[in-house]
Design a protein around this ligand. Structure first.
Ligand SMILES: NC(=O)c1ccc[n+]([C@@H]2O[C@H](COP(=O)([O-])OP(=O)(O)OC[C@H]3O[C@@H](n4cnc5c(N)ncnc54)[C@H](O)[C@@H]3O)[C@@H](O)[C@H]2O)c1
Length: 598
């Protein structure tokens, strides 16, 4: 029989604590909510009522249920109020000495059978537990932010946590409507161990002015389908908390440089820019605690885009697209549907016929799904001219190259385009991994060369990375931005570095997941669960790796490692082995999982 929890205590009512109180009270459990001072208690109460009021306003909670929920919560200053609860969850700031002191006090105050749990993200639950006389009743219950929304709970057992306590806590999670993964005590557990290297890397990109905050966030939202971008997520987590988590992970997790907090973080924390909770972090919020972003001095001027769009209407109407693969086919469709006259150039009539068929099939799918009329389909098709000679690009205003990903082939093509195209034409490459500057220097007009990195499938994916080299002119960049806007795509501007924004942030995370599996810390299923339910990712890392292809992923990871020389980016040996074994993912029927039909 699982233990009955009728009342629980929550210590610390900040970002996480207030949310945890809400989770318990919503599920009919009485909560004693404790803070350090009256002022902090008032803030904690406001956190809770703010969240429940928003739930009522959104129609997710009835007013009567909110009142009942709040009626189950008793607020108090000091730990003495926790003498009769069955379980305590501590959610105070991420400092080991503070948590140890609190656990020592809880041990004295709470009844002997009470379970003492920490919501720590990165500290050692074992080290916290030894400050009590009951380490076997100490456990990690790691909720995700925002606690009322995110389904995952990581249950962290130490080597001494008793099996009964683990089972009781797992049953409690089920009662709260949460999905738990039970794991051993390791820095960052599953989700944060995979998340924080990525978040820190994104902050590093922002600090280095590699891309703007809006563009970094838009890239990860639109390119990977994440619920929020990394910088907005840092603001939600709280920069002080994020700093402490990174610092602990760096020290506990083998001094991986990727976890050494980017210097900007420390500066922002020192300056009181803690994110949403203080009203300002990477973004500025309406007021402290508000989720609403308001414009500030870094917000891009709306007029910049509008000007560019005018330039496009005057400047570009005919677009050449070179290539006959998946990307070229998709990009032809995107431009034709947006009203451009398209010249498709392939290596022969047969290839052109295949691409034409593929475009027709895709447009027909649009008609079947009701997103395109038959007339629009026919008009779009009518805008495409099929050719097998580059000479037909003599009068286009923009060329998008999407041929095979080989530097020598692309360089030769750019040299030819330089001879054929009229002056002032923008020459764009869709390369995902090659340096754009190499292609620019194959021409006599490097200022006109830019990267336009579309995502697959191009007709669906809303993101384009605009890659500016050190020679790309401001005019070319503005035109590229305007073209993206006219295509109904979000163009994000970034520098000419391996992986641009999305792949540079995505693949090291996937590689880290492989390393975690390799180390037998957790299973592919639990890791996938953790990222989907804890962080709202549309797919777990192993699902995504099998879809993308392990060979493709390995090649990208190798490029990143070679260019950035970051030891943490070295491809995971398990990934190499699977590729060598021919387990490439869905396309071969087997990758991390077996996809063969049974
Ligand atoms: N922020 C996140 O996204 C997130 C997610 C999961 C877990 N966590 C973990 O949850 C814990 C709390 O983080 P947070 O982001 O909610 O921090 P926070 O700074 O938002 O809140 C901490 C609260 O603890 C209170 N407090 C400090 N000392 C106290 C004491 N002696 N007694 C009672 N209350 C005290 C503070 O007044 C504050 O309200 C940390 O261990 C963190 O790693 C955070």
């Amino acid at each position: 029989m699982a233990r009955e929890f009728t009342s629980v205590g929550v210590v610390g009512l900040g970002t996480m604590g207030a949310g945890i109180v809400e989770v318990f009270a919503r599920n009919g459990i009485d909560v004693v909510a404790v803070e350090i001072s009256d002022a902090a208690l008032d803030r904690g109460r406001a956190n809770l009522t703010g969240s429940t009021d928003r739930a009522v306003a959104k129609g997710k909670l009835a007013e009567a249920d909110r009142d009942a929920l709040l009626g189950r919560v008793t607020f108090a200053v000091g730990l003495d109020a926790l003498h009769s609860v069955d379980l305590v969850i501590e959610a105070v700031p991420e400092h080991l000495d503070l948590k140890q002191r609190i656990f020592g006090e809880l041990d004295r105050v709470c009844k002997p059978e009470a379970i003492l749990a920490t919501n720590t993200s990165s500290l050692s639950v074992t080290e916290i537990s030894v400050s009590t006389t009951r380490p076997n009743q100490v456990i990690g219950i790691h909720f995700f932010n925002p606690a009322p929304v995110m389904k995952l709970v990581e249950v962290v057992r130490t080597v001494v946590t008793s099996a009964d306590v683990v089972a009781d806590v797992e049953a409690l999670c089920a009662r709260l409507g949460k999905v738990d993964v039970t794991i051993n005590d390791r820095a960052g557990f599953i989700a944060n161990a995979l998340l924080f290297g990525y978040l820190n890397h994104a902050v590093g990109m922002f600090e280095a002015r590699y891309a703007s905050r809006e563009d970094i966030d838009a890239a990860m939202k639109l390119g990977c389908g994440l619920p929020m971008g990394p910088l907005a997520l840092m603001d939600l987590i709280g920069l002080d908390t994020a700093y402490e988590i990174l610092d602990t992970m760096y020290r506990r997790g083998g001094r991986d440089r990727r976890h050494a907090p980017v210097p900007l973080l420390k500066q922002m924390v020192t300056a009181g820019l803690l994110g949403r909770k203080s009203g300002r972090g990477f973004y500025t919020y309406e007021r402290p605690g508000s989720p609403k972003v308001v414009p500030d001095d870094q917000t891009p001027a709306a007029s910049a885009l509008a000007d560019g769009t005018r330039g496009l209407a005057n400047g570009i109407s005919k677009v050449g697209i070179v290539g006959s693969g998946t990307m070229a086919t998709g990009i032809i469709e995107v431009f034709a549907r947006a009203g451009y006259e398209v010249v498709s150039v392939t290596r022969g009539a047969e290839k052109s016929a295949q691409v034409c068929e593929a475009v027709k099939t895709s447009l027909n799918k649009g008609v079947v799904r009701g997103i395109l009329s038959e007339a629009d389909r026919d008009t779009a098709l009518g805008r495409i001219n099929w050719s097998a000679t580059l000479e037909h690009l003599a009068d286009v205003d923009l060329v998008v190259e999407a041929v095979v990903e080989e530097l020598s082939v692309k360089k030769a093509l750019f040299a030819s385009l330089d001879e054929i195209c009229k002056p002032g034409v923008v020459l764009a490459t869709t390369t995902s991994a090659l340096p754009v500057i190499e292609l620019a220097m194959a021409t006599q007009r490097p200022a006109d060369v830019v990267g336009l990195h579309f995502f697959n499938p191009a007709p669906v994916m809303p993101l384009v990375e605009i890659v500016r080299t050190i020679r790309t002119s401001a005019e070319t960049t503005a035109t590229a931005r305007a073209v993206c806007a006219a295509l109904g795509r979000t163009g994000v501007l970034c520098g000419d570095r391996s992986g641009f924004i999305v792949n540079a942030l995505l693949f090291p995370y996937l590689n880290d997941a492989v390393r975690m599996l390799e180390a037998s810390y957790s299973t592919a299923d639990d890791i996938d669960h953790a990222m989907k339910l804890g962080c709202g990712y549309p797919m777990g890392p192993f699902e995504l790796l099998d879809v993308v292809g392990l060979d493709v992923s390995l090649a990208i990871q190798r490029e990143l490692y070679l260019e950035l020389r970051e030891p943490g980016f070295a491809p995971a040996p398990l990934l190499e082995h699977l590729v060598t074994a021919g387990y490439l993912g869905r396309k071969t029927g087997r990758g991390f999982r077996d996809h063969t039909p049974r």
